[in-house]
Design a protein around this ligand. Sequence first.
Ligand code: S3P
Length: 430
Amino acid sequence: MKVFTRRSRLKGTLTVPGDKSISHRAIMFGALAEGTTTVHGFLKGADCLSTIDCFRRMGISIEEKEGTIYVHGRGLHGLNESIQILDVGNSGTTTRLISGILAGQSFPSVLSGDASLNTRPMKRIMVPLSMMGADIRSCKDNDCAPLIIRGKELHAIHYNSPVASAQVKSCVLLAGLYAEGETSVTEPALSRDHTERMLRSFGAKIRSEGNTCTITPPQTLYAQHIEVPGDISSAAFFIVAGLITPGSEILIQNVGINPTRAGILQVCRNMGADITLENEREEGGEPVADLLVRRSELHGTIIEGDIIPTLIDELPVIALMACFADGETIIRDAHELRVKESDRIDIVSRNLHAMGADIIPTDDGFLINTTFGKEEIPVLHGADIECCLDHRIAMTFSIAGINADGETRILDSSCVDVSYPGFFEELERL
Ligand code: S3P
C-alpha cells in the first residue's frame, strides 16, 4: 500500500522507462530475425519480462549485458515447442502478438496469464486467425485465455478489423509472415504503428496506405539495433502532475512522440496546457523529444473520434486532469477502455467519485464537470483506491493523491511494476 497527501512544486528533470509497445516488439522480432538484435533502453517492466520469458521457453537465448539486451534470433522458423505453458502474466500485448506468431508454427502452444489477463477478450484475434486457417481455441470456451494454439499452414486474408487495435493489427500481420499470399488489415482508425515501422526496419515487405497495412511473405528478418524511446504513456503521469500541481515545472527527457501515440499532447494543448517540445529528433525510426511541462490554468474539452486510439492508455490520467480543468470535459468513443487491464471507465469513475469529483461514466467514456468557484483549485479529498491489478490506475491515483486533501491510500500499489518500476521513487524525488 502507498499513502499520498497533498504536495506542491514538483520540480526537476527525469527520464521515463522505455516504451512498452516497442520493447515487446524488439524481443519478438529479434527472436524471429537472423542474427543478434541488440536493444538499448528496454523496459524491464513485468509485461515485457513476460515476453522475454515466453521466447526463452521456445529456445531463444536472450541475455543482458551492461543495460543492453541481446536477442539471439533463430530466424522465422527457429522457435521450438515449449514443454511448459507460456505464461503471459498481465500482458495483453504479449498474448495477442505472440498468438499471431504461434499460429504459423509447426507445433502446439498453450498461453495463460493472471486473473486480469484471463478475462480479457481474445475473440478479436481468434476470428481473423481462424479465417487464416489457424487452430486457436479458448480452453474454457469463453473466448478468453488460456488459449491453445496448434500451428497450421496459414493463408493470407484481407481483414477488416471492427476495432482500432494495434494488438489485433499486429497479430494478423505477424501471422501474415507465415501465410501464403499478401495479408492486409484495415482498421476503423489508425492505431499505433510501431509494428509496421519496426518490421520494416528488420527488412519485412510491408506497406501502409491510410488505415490499411499489407505484408508480403516469404521473407527473412535481419537483426537490428533498437533504441527504445521513453514511453509517452508513462510520461503522461508526470505531464498531468506537472500541469495540475501548483508551482510545478518538470522536464521529461527522451519521450517517444510518434503521432499514433501522442494524442495526449494535442488534448493538453486544447485544454490550455503549457508544454514545450524541445530537442525534437528521430531515433531508430521513431520521433522523440524532451517535454517541458509547467503548471497551467486548464479548461474543459471534448475528446472523441480518431484521436482516441492515439491516447487510449492515457485516458485514466486525462480524466483526472479534467477534474482540474474549468468547465465540462466530454470523453466518448472510448468503449475499448472497458476491456483493458480493468474496466477503466468503471474504476476511474468510482475512484474519482470517491474523491469528490463530479464524474459520470457513460457507455464509452466520461462526463466530467468542474467548477472552480472561489477556490483557486478544485478540491478533491483522499480516499481508499482499488486498482484491480491495473498499473495505470495505481499511477493515476497517486497523482490524484498529491493533489487532494487528506490521505489517499493506493491499496494494491505493486502493479505499477507492470510498466513503470521505480514510479513511486521518481514521484518522491520530484
Ligand atoms: C498496445 C496496443 C493497445 C494499448 C496497449 C499496447 C500495443 O491495445 O492499449 O497498452 O503495444 O500494441 P489495443 O490494441 O487493445 O488497443
